[in-house]
Design a protein around this ligand. Structure first.
Ligand code: GLN
Length: 490
């Protein structure tokens, strides 16, 4: 690590922080000042696009006052949180890390922001990411790449890389990202922290800048499972502004599982896949052996669709993106071309050609192509059929098992610039994460291992839809009993 935790303030869990606040009348202000100085100190990581310093300090003062007055405290009282730059916070800038939203200020709060603030959280800033959440490395930002705090020459993963690094480097306590195909789990994996993508429909997407609406889900980064589950309790639940949200009542997650034995499936093909780093593979198999020895049922099952998940994901998400991003035309908001005396269509073209980055343009083109007459059935309809098959297959698996176990990523963090000219290899590395978004199930990356190259990696667990409780129980078990597990090859 190239940084040190401050001696004056250190954060381990929300629970411990709340105990600290009970002893310190100015505790929230102490915490916010601590994070503000850390953010400055590690500015070179480029994890924040903007720090909401005056607001955060004001909110901290207000919360310290509330405690003095003996008011009932919210579940996230004083918790310092970063939000990915795709989540709207009223009267604050939001850009999706794109030039096309230059100068745009949010006119309403995302539902998650309302819920965070109502629970007493302090939003400290907006986190850098891949433009419109498209990417796996956080290099596709119009505002420069994000760096991995463990090795600044490496990527932090993406697209929510800024949110991941903010937690990894201790620049805030927890953060929100968005996960359309792995953008919370994969950066969590590369940074050695916890990353949760809840069930599709668990957290309102109102106020989340859309990439691919039938896949997008807000996710949570944290350093431990209890914090992530507490944040989920606060930000999930029904919302009149999102028609895809579930009306299931909000639940509290008792994450202690009291010696529960889990029925765990893993996809044999996934662990034998040629792209998987041999050391990640052997660590996963050692973990599987250990889980079996400890009385869990762990079974390798056939999964004949593995080769289809990445193409299906890229056909469907780019189609949705081409439609969602059509609103950025330079007329209503954001960047507009300066070209004068041109036809409206040429004005749109001039704006979009300059406003969007290379990867976003590539995806809009691809999405427009798969939706075009003549190709619609061959690509879009076919991909939808495969998605249906995957959903059915997943239901069958969860009839017999509690958990599906997969690697999170086939490799650990790679060098900045290494894959920028090879989008296909970047896409193929999404092989283990897109499945959960195609099927809507919740998935988590739990940091368990250290590679001999010095970088961390985790394992990914999934449960049936809306069974976050089991997912947390299993993840907690992994963190408590199998973390810092010594890989025999290391
Ligand atoms: N890496 C994936 C992509 O580039 C995932 C992105 C995401 O989850 N937002 O599409």
């Amino acid at each position: 690590m190239t940084f040190k935790k401050s001696e004056l303030f250190s954060f381990s869990t929300i629970k411990n922080y709340h105990a600290f606040l009970a002893q310190h009348a100015d505790g929230c202000t102490i915490a916010v000042n601590h994070y503000l100085s850390k953010i400055k100190q590690f500015g070179r990581l480029n994890a924040f696009l903007e720090v909401f310093e005056p607001d955060a300090l004001q909110q901290a003062k207000f919360l310290d006052q509330e405690r003095k007055q003996g008011k009932p405290l919210g579940k996230l009282h004083g918790v310092v949180i970063g939000i990915k730059d795709v989540i709207c916070y009223k009267d604050h800038k939001v850009s999706a890390a794109s030039k096309i939203l230059e100068g745009f200020t949010a006119v309403y709060n995302a539902t998650v922001v309302d819920k965070l603030l109502a629970a007493g959280a302090i939003i400290i800033g907006r986190n850098n990411c891949d433009e419109f959440a498209m990417g796996s490395s956080s290099e596709n930002s119009a505002f420069g790449a994000v760096r991995n705090a463990l090795n600044e020459n490496l990527v932090p993963g993406g697209s929510s890389g800024g949110s991941a690094v903010a937690v990894q480097a201790g620049l805030c306590m927890a953060s929100l990202g968005s996960d359309t195909g792995g953008s919370v789990r994969q950066p969590a994996d590369f940074c050695g922290i916890v990353g949760l993508k809840p069930t599709y429909g668990k957290i309102s997407r109102y106020g989340l800048i859309a990439y691919a609406s039938s896949f997008d889900q807000i996710g949570i980064f944290g350093t431990n499972i209890p914090d992530v589950s507490t944040i989920l309790e606060v930000i999930s639940g029904s919302d009149d502004f999102d028609s895809t949200i579930s009306n299931l009542p909000m639940v509290e997650y008792p994450i202690k599982a009291d010696n529960k034995k889990f029925k765990i499936a893993y996809f044999k093909d996934a662990f034998l896949h040629g792209s998987l780093d041999p050391e990640i593979k052997s660590s996963c198999f050692t973990l599987i052996g250990k889980l079996k020895a400890d009385g869990h049922l762990v079974e390798g099952i056939d999964f004949e669709y593995l080769e289809f998940v990445v193409p299906t994901y890229y056909v469907l998400t780019t189609a949705e993106a081409s439609s969602n991003l059509s609103r950025y035309d330079g007329v209503k908001y954001g960047y507009r071309s300066e070209s004068e005396d041109i036809e409206l269509t040429d004005f749109y073209k001039a704006t979009r050609a300059v406003g969007f980055g290379k990867e976003v343009k590539r995806r809009i083109l691809l999405g427009t192509f798969v939706l075009s007459t003549g190709y619609y059935d061959a690509y879009f309809t076919k991909a939808q059929k495969i998605r249906k098959l995957l959903v059915k297959k997943t239901e069958l698996i969860f009839n017999d098992f509690d958990i599906i176990l997969l690697p999170t990523s086939p490799n650990t963090a790679f060098k900045i610039g290494e894959k920028m000219d090879d989008p296909i290899s970047m896409y193929l590395a999404d092989i283990y994460t897109v499945y959960a978004n195609l099927t809507g199930v919740p998935a988590i990356s739990v940091p368990l291992f250290t590679h001999t190259n010095g970088m961390p990696f985790g394992i990914q667990a999934m449960t049936n839809r809306f069974n976050e409780l089991s997912l947390f129980q299993f993840s907690q078990l992994l963190m408590q009993q199998y973390q810092s597990f010594q890989d025999p090859t290391s």
